[in-house]
Design a protein around this ligand. Structure first.
Ligand SMILES: Cc1cc2nc3c(=O)[nH]c(=O)nc-3n(C[C@H](O)[C@H](O)[C@H](O)COP(=O)(O)OP(=O)(O)OC[C@H]3O[C@@H](n4cnc5c(N)ncnc54)[C@H](O)[C@@H]3O)c2cc1C
Length: 485
């Protein structure tokens, strides 16, 4: 595969099916929205629109939206879409815009459809062990609410204090606990979705089991706003987990930490968390708070087991053995507060990296056996392109976030970041991995998705998009290119 800095589209013109909507179409849509929707939900304030026009991903183009609608109910979402459909206005659904792939970025002349006002927890059912929520509920708020009922919602992206459950479902978010419990899709039992023309459908089931028909719930989960707008979610819950035990190991080389992960998992381990941080990640979080990391360490592995007091101790003893074989120095956190502090350190890497400059957080997932090659390969790419980088991630899943830091005002550095990004994608695919373990494709990785899937599978994906969104108004140009190659 040849590496080219042009694989990420440079303008939003590449994202729209044809030209942006005409001023007449936008004016007609605005007239209808203003007539049929509550006045407070519609905004055309340019400052507001500009502030909401992009997510967390740099290098991705963002256009100038025509309007913002913040609906409060499914009916209002349906009305907004029906009108957009009538006037062929592209619609970009938005949660908290913490996405890392440009999926929530505006297109020229689009409607931004923010779900942030739909933030009610509708029910927590302890018998069915489910929670039903509107899409704008923030992950951590829901997790805390179900914990009060003795239940547990495992999917926990590092952004859990900010990102919404609707956004988590739309991206099929992963997180720290996924190594044991699975990703968001494993917990989505049913959805209410508004289709492109405003039709409201329900997918999935209210029962513990059910296999009637094709699994549309799974299809919408991870569809990044390109097939429908999620307006309600029923999420499976588990009984509260046992209090976890935590250990941390410090390594003299990044590759040694990767090797410890491989041997630990190969021994049949099922930790509830296994996270890796490289030296720069440790330095960047230590810059804003003392998390107790020793000076000069090249990598840290944080492991948790919630298998119950005795079994967890045995899990961590096996972890210590694997780490020590790789020259790791292991500390068992006897005090639960120490364990929580270590997790806070890991969760802080993303936001702390902002202090270094603009950053592109990658999301490659490889088979666990290739983890060492991934992290060492990334070190080589960072050196070759002379970029500051961090590398942390969900090592137990083989899902790492090699991150490129650059100065957006330095054209040469931006160019090197583009090239390094393409090399990371090549590296991941070359190791038998995927271009995205959890952040999604968005705008950033459309071309790489085509390479990962191959032409036959890609054709089917375009067919699905055309079936659900025949006029192409739903988040066009995201995930798939607007025209079938
Ligand atoms: C510091 C930091 C750490 C992160 N850590 C993780 C991590 O550990 N794991 C992980 O998976 N991700 C992580 N992310 C990425 C991001 O938080 C997730 O992708 C998250 O799921 C996005 O949720 P959101 O509410 O911000 O959605 P947005 O960014 O607003 O939207 C994401 C996508 O979903 C679509 N969308 C949003 N809401 C809806 C809806 N109701 N219906 C249909 N489509 C919708 C949008 O159009 C867009 O394509 C992290 C991000 C940051 C900034």
């Amino acid at each position: 595969v040849s590496s080219s800095p042009s694989l990420v589209p440079s303008t939003t013109a590449d994202l729209l099916p044809s030209a942006s909507p005409s001023p007449a179409a936008i004016a007609a849509a605005l007239e209808d929205w203003n007539r049929e929707m509550p006045a407070a939900s519609v905004s055309i304030d340019p400052d507001v629109l500009r502030a909401l026009s992009r997510d967390y991903a740099p290098l991705c183009p963002a256009g100038t939206p025509a309007a913002l609608i913040r609906p409060s109910s499914t009916d209002e979402v349906s009305t907004a879409l029906r009108i957009a459909h009538r006037h062929r206005i592209p619609v970009v659904p938005q949660g908290a815009r913490t996405g890392m792939s440009g999926g929530a970025n505006a297109l020229d002349g689009c409607l931004l459809l923010s779900l942030e006002r739909m933030k009610r927890i509708l029910a927590i059912d302890t018998l069915e062990q489910t929670g039903t929520v509107q899409p704008g509920v923030v992950n951590a708020e829901f997790s805390r609410a179900v914990a009060e009922q003795g239940l547990f919602y495992p999917p926990d992206p590092s952004s859990w204090e900010f990102s919404t459950l609707g956004g988590n479902a739309a991206t099929n978010a992963g997180g720290l606990c996924c190594v044991k419990y699975g990703v968001t899709a494993d917990f989505v039992r049913a959805l209410e979705v508004v289709l492109a023309d405003g039709t409201v459908i329900r997918t999935g089931r209210s029962t513990a089991k059910g296999v009637a028909g094709y699994d549309l719930t799974r299809l919408f989960t991870g569809s990044e706003g390109t097939l429908g707008v999620i307006t309600e979610l029923t999420l499976s819950l588990r009984p509260a987990a046992q209090a976890p035990l935590t250990a941390v190991a410090f390594f003299p080389r990044l590759g040694a930490a990767g090797a410890a992960v491989t041997s630990f998992m190969a021994g049949g381990a099922r930790p509830s968390l296994l996270e890796l941080m490289d030296r720069t990640s440790i330095e960047v979080v230590s810059g804003y708070r003392d998390f107790g990391f020793p000076q000069g360490t090249e990598a840290a592995l944080i492991a948790q087991s919630d298998a119950g007091p005795q079994a967890a101790r045995e899990d961590l003893a096996r972890f210590a053995e694997c780490a020590e074989t790789q020259d790791g120095e292991v500390v068992i956190a006897d005090d639960p507060a120490e364990g929580r502090l270590l997790l806070e350190a890991r969760r802080s890497v993303g936001f702390a990296t902002e202090r270094l400059g603009a950053f592109l957080s990658e999301d490659v997932c490889v088979p666990r056996a290739r983890l060492v090659e991934l992290v060492e390969g990334f070190q080589g790419i960072a050196a070759e392109y002379r970029l500051t980088t961090t590398c942390c991630g969900h090592a137990g899943d083989g899902n790492m976030h090699p991150t490129l830091v650059f100065d957006p005002d330095d054209a040469d550095e931006v160019d090197r970041a583009h090239r390094a990004f393409d090399r990371v994608m090549e590296l991941g695919l070359g190791l038998g991995g995927t271009i995205t373990g959890e952040h999604g494709v968005g705008v950033l990785k459309r071309e790489w998705l085509a390479r990962e899937l191959g032409p036959d599978s890609l054709r089917l994906q375009h067919g699905l998009k055309a079936l659900f969104d025949p006029t192409g108004i739903l988040n066009p140009g995201k995930v798939l290119t607007v025209r079938q190659p």
